[in-house]
Every structure is written in structure tokens, then in C-alpha cells.
Design a protein around this ligand. Structure first.
Ligand SMILES: [Zn+2]
Length: 418
């Protein structure tokens, strides 16, 4: 430990690229904010959990040796990337670079985790699908994996993101099961609690790193699970068309949310200090990539759009809703985060959504799927969603559009359920 401290001091005081002023300010700030860091200076001991440790680690490793392959580092995670038409050339370069790095680590008493070090080959040549990269470190071969995980994203040979989206969909499905515990059709948490829980549990997980895999053909796997999440919030049955689910659950459609995130990232990359700035400014990059491997669409290459990403998403959602021809448009003219009636208790909220969407356990629907002997209402007509709103026997009262007092009173008192 003492030798590491001495090496760190040497790097801080003698390196031209480490600015002493910045280091002093950092240490002063850390001492005043965190008592554990004060102990760090007094006892000359580095704590794992204090936030200054990663900074000191970065200072310690700022003079990593130059390599032919590109280096990408996040905290103590270092990735080497080399591109070449010839696979044996890639293997040779990576082996050489690893050798240089291993030498540096030994010199500065750092230990490379050999069990966690893996290598992968990314290409579109199907005949090489099962080829395993031969990269060596200190004479022993490094394990080749087909779907390495980097910063929480599973990568695959042709960057289709299929394995990543399959795993994410399974994760969202498990979280939907948790959400299901909070809601039934007659009881359960109200709209606000369910919507917030869904955004925090399911959408956050489903949209992780979405600008990377936005164009993947496997996005539908995620959408299927998110539709399930929105069914839970709105209390809609499985037969309900998926394009009305976002409007009833007050959450923008999944693809618009993903594009919004990408737009935000693009706007942030306009800053010259941003990691992606140079990549985004490079107009030839798009031509060198396949469409499915190019995360940002044509519109997003070039100067970033000046409109606010949130405003853009709201406008897109409105336009999409205007273009649909669903009968729900009679009752909800504009999509909002809290649709009319969202403050109702769970049972009444579910009944309202099934009535206005026209999809519920109506006699006609139950008869159609073979769960009822007849599709006839008590009044003698076929009981469809449209009929229930006009049926004298059921007697729906009030305004479905504004969800007025009369309708709220009727929803509270009625025994009718679908
Ligand atoms: Zn009737």
C-alpha cells in the first residue's frame, strides 16, 4: 500500500498533465464534505466507497501506455477496440497491446482480473460465426465470448442487440409481475401510484441505453412488455388495441420516449466537451455503418434540433393521436399525462376505461371467445361496447368526456361491471 501511495504522489507532483490546483481543490472539497475523506488524508488510507477514490484511480492510471488499438475506459473497466479486415491482424494487435498494458500494470502494482478479461469479434460474416478470437495474455489464451456485457449492455457479433433486448424484456416482465400485485380490476392502488411505479420500475429498465439499440429489429420484444405495463395502469383487457393504451395510461408511446432520449443525447453532444461530439460531427460515419447499427437516424445527424425534446415528444404524441380513428377520440381529444377520470378509485377507473374504450367483458365479446352462451343484454339487444353506453337497463349517466359529477356518482353506485 505504501508503494502505491508513493507512486500516486509521484504522479500527482511530477506529471505535466495532472494539474496540482485541480487536485488541491478536489481534496479540499472532499474533506469539507465527507468526514471519511478527512480520515483518508490523516491516516493515508484510501476508502473504497468515498467518491474521491475513482478520481485518484484516474490520476494513477492517466499515463496508460499508448496502444495501436483504441482504448475505452469507464472507472476501472478498460476496453480495447481494433478494427481490421484481417482477423489474424486483429489478434496480433490485441495480443501486443495487452502485453504492453500487462507490463504497465505490473510496474505500477495493479492487478488485471484475468477471469473477467474477455475478447469478442464483431462482424457480419456468417461463415465466421463460430470463430473464436485467439488473443493471449502472458502466454495463456483469453476466453472468447459471443455476447460480452459492457456497461450493462449485452453486445452480439452483428450488433443486432437481440440477446440484450431479450434479457431486458424478461426483466421488465418480472417487474410487471410486481406491479400486478398492486392492481386488480376491482381493487388496488390508484392511477398516480401505478403510473409512477411503472415509470420507475418498468420504463426505466426498458429504456436503459435506448439510443444505442433504438434501430434494432428486436425492439418489439420490449414494446410487448411495456404494453402489458400500460394495461395494468389503465385496467384494460388484453384485446384492447395497443395504440390507445398510452393515452389511457398517460405515458407517451415507447418509441416516442426512446426517440426523445436520443434527441436529448444529440443535444447534449453539441457541447464540445461531450464524449460523442466528434462522432456526431463526423458526417461520413453514417455512410460507413449499416442502418441497423446506426443508432441515430438521418435527421439526427447534422446540427441538433433546437426544439426542446419534451415539447417535440408531446407534439408527436398529439399528431399520432389525431391521425388515429379510434372511437375513444370522442372522449379523450388530446393525450395528457393524467387523462380525465385519473383521480377516481381503482374500480371506477377501470370501469370507466373499459366503457369508453369499448373493450371489456361485454356479453358480445365473451360470447365471441366462447365464455358466454349468449351475447344478448338484459334489454334484448346484443351487448357491445357501443350498446352499453346507450342501454336504458344499464343507464350510464353523465358526460364521458369531462367525467363530470353525475358520471362519478353513477360509477360509484352502479353494480354493473365489465
Ligand atoms: Zn342493453
Amino acid at each position: 500500500m505504501k508503494q502505491i501511495h508513493m507512486a500516486l504522489s509521484r504522479k500527482i507532483f511530477h506529471s505535466k498533465s495532472v494539474h496540482m490546483n485541480n487536485v488541491c481543490q478536489l481534496l479540499t472539497g472532499a474533506i469539507s464534505q465527507d468526514k471519511r475523506n478527512a480520515k483518508f488524508v490523516a491516516n493515508c488510507y484510501i476508502y473504497i466507497n468515498c467518491y474521491i477514490t475513482p478520481v485518484l484511480f484516474n490520476i494513477y492510471t492517466h499515463d496508460l501506455p499508448k496502444t495501436t488499438s483504441k482504448k475505452y475506459a469507464y472507472a476501472d473497466d478498460i476496453a480495447l477496440l481494433h478494427t481490421h479486415k484481417n482477423v489474424s491482424e486483429v489478434e496480433k494487435t490485441l495480443t501486443q497491446d495487452l502485453h504492453h498494458l500487462a507490463k504497465y500494470f505490473t510496474q505500477w502494482r495493479l492487478r488485471m482480473n484475468v477471469t473477467k478479461t474477455v475478447c469478442s469479434l464483431f462482424h457480419l460474416k456468417n461463415r465466421l460465426a463460430n470463430y473464436e478470437l485467439q488473443v493471449q495474455l502472458n502466454g495463456s489464451r483469453i476466453g472468447a465470448v459471443k455476447t460480452p456485457k459492457y456497461l450493462g449492455v449485452s453486445l452480439d457479433r452483428s450488433l443486432t442487440y437481440g440477446p440484450h433486448l431479450k434479457a431486458t424484456a424478461a426483466k421488465v416482465s418480472a417487474r410487471n409481475s410486481l406491479l400486478r400485485r398492486l392492481a386488480g380490476s376491482r381493487w388496488g392502488a390508484d392511477f398516480a401510484v401505478l403510473r409512477t411505479s411503472a415509470l420507475a420500475l418498468c420504463h426505466s429498465c426498458a429504456e436503459y441505453c435506448s439510443p444505442v439499440w433504438l434501430q434494432s429489429a428486436h425492439c418489439k420484444r420490449i414494446d410487448v412488455e411495456l404494453n402489458d405495463t400500460m394495461r395494468l395502469i389503465s385496467g384494460c383487457i388484453r384485446a384492447t388495441p395497443t395504440d390507445i393504451l398510452p393515452v389511457l395510461s398517460g405515458i407517451q408511446p415507447p418509441d416516442i420516449r426512446r426517440q426523445k432520449q436520443t434527441m436529448r443525447l444529440h443535444q447534449r453532444s453539441a457541447n464540445e466537451q461531450h464524449l460523442l461530439h466528434r462522432k456526431m460531427a463526423d458526417t461520413t460515419l453514417r455512410q460507413r455503418r449499416l442502418k441497423s447499427r446506426n443508432p441515430l437516424t438521418n435527421r439526427r445527424h447534422g446540427p441538433p434540433p433546437e426544439t426542446d425534446a419534451d415539447d417535440w415528444a408531446t407534439e408527436m404524441w398529439k399528431q399520432r393521436w389525431t391521425a388515429t380513428s379510434h372511437s375513444l377520440k370522442k372522449f379523450i381529444t388530446e393525450p395528457t399525462p393524467s387523462p380525465p377520470g385519473s383521480d377516481l378509485p381503482r374500480r371506477e377507473w377501470v370501469l370507466l376505461n373499459r366503457l369508453r374504450s369499448g373493450y371489456g367483458r361485454f356479453a358480445a365479446f365473451m360470447h365471441k371467445i366462447g365464455l358466454a352462451d349468449s351475447d344478448i343484454c338484459t334489454c334484448g339487444h346484443p351487448q357491445t361496447g357501443a350498446h352499453v353506453l346507450e342501454c336504458d337497463d344499464i343507464g350510464v349517466q353523465g358526460d364521458m368526456m369531462t367525467v363530470d359529477r353525475e358520471l362519478r356518482h353513477w360509477l360509484n353506485r352502479t353494480d354493473f361491471s365489465v
